[in-house]
Design a protein around this ligand. Structure first.
Ligand code: FAD
Length: 474
């Protein structure tokens, strides 16, 4: 094998000679890959096709020993380093250009203890992997809405989904974690052990080390839940969003209802002439008794005349995959996001204006109401700080062809700017795109300074900088 040039932390290049690579390979149970070898292309490819980075070297880990070896190798050679869970993050920080990528996708076991209601999850697991194992016992951890998303990035940034109003953010359910810090030490972090590290990783992303195991507390759910979609004509959008705002105010925490404005997919329950037309979709999950859910959701039918609905009891694992066909990997994606305490008339007008000029059929505007249990946790209980948020508002630019980049990105940024005056100023770190390094402080608000202190302690050289980076100050 030839020598390798690998990018360093200071922007230069280290020459890693063939002997050193062989030495590394001998210590690793997983794979050591460089460009041209089988598997390299698959491993470096992530969900967002906008990201086309080529790491100088990839270490595909199979366990703690591999991760420790990889971190020490990165540290000793001062290599630019990225960490990949399932590679779903929109910003694409999982893959570095020219540096060392630590890939965790082979470490994906999920072990559930139904007696203690705990799940022990490895970092390469997807939400689908977690749901499959937990639901076997009628248990669940609140995560996100697309089953191919990685548990790692999602949990480390906060994590919310259909169960958040009832059971809190994903991080609210984290009991402990194994973390390999920049000095190659394996630390167990919980409220009792390494508690400051535990505080920091619950929202602070990949800034503090590589998490190799998550212990989650599990909640009772289903396995059958009432869930579904109501689809309304776009012409009634304003009236529907206003009614939605009234409806979710004081709503039972068992119910979560989100709004999506987009062009209608060819869903079988919609008349064919609606396919491809702008619509307002109300998607919901009721996390209590199905019969009670039927009663609670009924008022939604009165929001306006409907194009159609698809509502019924479904296995929770099925509902968790319901949006996967719209969110497949391989498309180009550019997202922007704001948090809101309320959606005022002004922002509703902006939403309707931009949903009326979607630049591509897969683009959408998405409103998620959170509140509930997530909101009752103190903002400084952990790094995740957005507890005042009642709504996340996302603009999802999604398209296929590179030649449309400017057009779609302009639309998304324009929406973002016009909706900004109505927003609360904070942002959910997991929805930030790669060009938003100036918003990291906003994402953490009053918790930012404490995060800097933790960064100074656990990663003073900023080895873990391929993330929404909290910069050390020493
Ligand atoms: C289609 C889609 C739907 C989404 N839906 C939701 C949703 O419903 N709710 C929600 O909360 N979020 C949602 N998200 C955002 C999601 O939480 C983030 O994209 C998350 O980062 C994905 O995690 P990952 O492990 O797949 O990411 P990766 O891209 O693999 O990792 C993201 C970053 O996390 C860090 N990281 C990853 N693994 C580790 C580890 N083990 N140790 C240390 N650092 C690590 C690294 O810095 C890395 O750059 C969605 C994203 C997409 C694209």
């Amino acid at each position: 094998m030839a020598d390798l040039k690998v990018k360093t932390l200071n922007g230069g290049e280290a020459i890693i000679n063939a002997e050193a690579i062989e030495g590394l390979r001998a210590k690793i149970s997983g794979e050591v890959m460089q460009t041209g070898v089988e598997g390299y292309e698959d491993v470096r490819t992530i969900w967002n096709a906008m990201i086309d980075h080529k790491p100088g070297i990839i270490i595909q880990c199979r366990g703690n020993n591999d991760v420790i070896t990889a971190v020490n190798f990165a540290h000793d050679n001062e290599l630019l380093t990225s960490v990949k869970g399932a590679g779903h993050n929109i910003a694409g920080n999982a893959v570095c250009e020219g540096g060392l990528m630590i890939d965790l996708s082979l470490m994906k076991s999920v072990r559930v203890d139904p007696e203690t209601k705990r799940a022990y999850v490895e970092p390469g697991a997807t939400l689908g992997d977690v749901d499959k194992e937990t639901q076997k016992f009628g248990l669940a951890v609140p995560t996100g809405i697309n089953s191919t998303t990685g548990i790692s990035g999602l949990a480390l940034g906060g994590g919310f989904g259909w169960l958040t109003r009832k059971y809190g953010m994903t991080v609210d359910n984290l009991v402990s974690a194994d973390v390999i810090t920049a000095d190659g030490n394996l630390l167990h972090a919980s409220e009792k052990e390494n508690s400051e590290l535990f505080w920091a990783i619950r929202g602070g992303g990949g800034n503090f080390g590589v998490v190799t195991m998550f212990e989650f507390a599990l909640n009772q759910l289903g396995p059958e839940v009432l869930s579904g979609l109501f689809v309304f004509p776009f012409k009634h959008a304003k009236e529907i969003i206003n009614k939605y705002m009234e409806y979710v105010n004081g709503l039972t925490e068992d119910l979560t209802v989100w709004v999506v404005l987009r062009k209608a997919p060819p869903l079988p329950f919609l008349p064919e002439d609606v396919h491809g037309k702008e619509v307002v979709i109300m998607a919901f999950l009721y996390a209590g008794e199905v019969s009670e859910g039927e009663r609670v959701i009924d008022p939604i039918r009165g929001f306006a005349e409907m194009h159609g609905e698809h509502v019924g009891p479904n296995p929770f694992t099925g509902w968790q995959q319901a949006f996967d066909p719209l969110l497949t990997p391989g498309s180009r994606n550019y997202w922007k996001s704001h948090n809101f305490s309320e959606l005022s008339e002004g922002v509703i007008d902006v939403i309707i204006e931009f949903a009326g000029k979607l630049p591509k059929p897969q683009c959408e505007i998405f409103i998620a109401s959170v509140e509930g249990k997530a909101k009752r946790v103190a903002y400084d209980a952990m790094a995740y700080a957005n507890r005042e948020t009642n709504f996340f508002l996302n603009v999802h630019g999604r398209w296929e062809d590179e030649k449309d980049d400017d057009h779609v990105i302009f639309w998304a940024r324009d929406f973002f700017e016009k909706s900004a005056p109505y927003a609360s100023g904070s942002v959910y770190v997991n929805f930030m795109s790669g060009d938003e390094t100036d918003r990291v402080r906003q994402a953490y608000g009053p918790n930012y300074e404490r995060l800097v202190k933790a960064k100074n302690k656990y990663d003073p050289k900023n080895l873990f900088r391929m993330n929404q980076n909290i910069k050390p100050t020493i």
